[in-house]
Design a protein around this ligand. Sequence first.
Ligand code: ZN
Length: 111
Amino acid sequence: MPEETQAKSTAADSPSPSAPSPGSGPRGPRPAGGPGGRGKFFRRKKVCKFCTEKIDAIPYRDVRLLQQFVAERGKIVPRRLTGVCTTHQRRLTRAIKQARNIALLPFATRH
Ligand SMILES: [Zn+2]
């Protein structure tokens, strides 16, 4: 077996200076497996109930439904707390007032 010439690595021996060295960035790598390994953070959705259920006209006779938006004293819960959109909050208010008129729901208790 004749030996080939091995000394022809003169041209292909140039070192590449632009190669990024790994692991030498200004920000150190995060240690994996830290103690803060909690799962997902449960975030409560605030979506209008009537929009999600596609209830257009709020049935004022549905006391159970209306009572979800009426506080214990008979006050209407502000939509900040319920997440009801403006449109449905107005309809809800009307429905609650109608329900009050036919004595399905109590009026606000007196002070
Ligand atoms: Zn809505």
